[in-house]
Unconditional design. Structure first.
Length: 206
C-alpha cells in the first residue's frame, strides 16, 4: 500500500489535525505490512498561490518558460505523481475561518489538472483519479455539525468532498474533532471520539 500523508496546519505541535493524521498513519502501519508513506508538510513548505505566470505554463510552450515557470511545472509533476500513485491519501485539514487553510487550497490547485486528474467531455467533467481512498482529519475550534445554522458555515468538509468527487474519488471519509478551542475537557472528549473513529475506520480500510 502506498499512502500519501498531507498536513496543512500552521500550528506545528499545537495542531489537532496533525495529531489525528499521525494517528491514522500509525494505525495503518500497524495494521498492514509494507505501507509506503510519502509525507508532505504544506504548513512548512506550501506551493505558491496561483498567479498569472504560474497559470501561463498551461498555455505557453515549454521552450519559452521562465526559470520560475520551469520550477513550477516540475513541482506540479511531483505533486501529481505523489497523489496519483497513492492508494490512500490522509489529509490534515483544520478549519480556518470556515474553510480549509490556503496552503491546502494551493496544493489542491496543483493536483486539479485537466488531462491528469479530470477531463472535460461532451457530457461534462469526468474524474480520472478514482480508485483511491481519502481520509480527512478535520479539526474545528468550534462545533459546526450540531445545527442547520452551524452546518451552513462549513465550507471546509463540503468543499473537500466535492473537489475529491470532481477528481473521481468517491471513497472519502472524515475523522472529525470539533470544539477543540472550547476548553480542555471539550478538547479531550473530541480527541477521544476521533481516535475511536480512526480505529474503526482503519480496521475496515486496511
Amino acid at each position: 500500500m502506498k499512502l500519501l500523508h498531507i498536513d496543512s496546519s500552521v500550528l506545528n505541535d499545537n495542531s489537532v489535525s496533525r495529531i489525528l493524521t499521525a494517528q491514522i498513519v500509525s494505525q495503518f502501519r500497524a495494521a498492514e505490512d509494507g505501507v509506503e508513506v510519502t509525507y508532505r508538510d504544506l504548513g512548512a513548505d506550501a506551493p505558491a498561490h496561483l498567479s498569472g505566470d504560474i497559470l501561463a505554463t498551461r498555455f505557453v510552450p515549454a521552450e519559452h518558460w521562465t526559470d520560475e515557470q520551469k520550477r513550477e511545472a516540475a513541482l506540479i509533476d511531483t505533486l501529481l505523481e505523489e497523489f496519483l500513485a497513492a492508494d490512500v491519501v490522509v489529509i490534515g485539514a483544520p478549519m480556518y475561518n470556515f474553510a480549509v487553510p490556503t496552503q491546502l487550497k494551493a496544493w489542491i490547485d496543483r493536483i486539479a489538472q485537466a488531462g491528469r486528474t479530470f477531463k472535460y467531455t461532451e457530457t461534462g467533467p469526468v474524474g480520472l483519479a478514482g480508485g483511491k481512498k481519502v481520509i480527512v482529519a478535520s479539526s474545528r475550534g468550534g462545533v459546526y455539525s450540531a445545527t442547520e445554522q452551524s452546518r451552513a458555515m462549513d465550507f471546509q468538509e463540503d468543499y473537500l468532498r466535492v473537489v475529491m468527487g470532481f477528481l473521481g474519488i468517491t471513497d472519502v471519509s472524515f475523522v472529525r474533532a470539533e470544539g477543540v478551542s472550547m476548553g480542555a475537557e471539550a478538547k479531550a472528549k473530541a480527541l477521544a471520539a476521533a481516535n475511536q473513529d480512526i480505529a474503526e475506520l482503519v480496521a475496515v480500510a486496511a
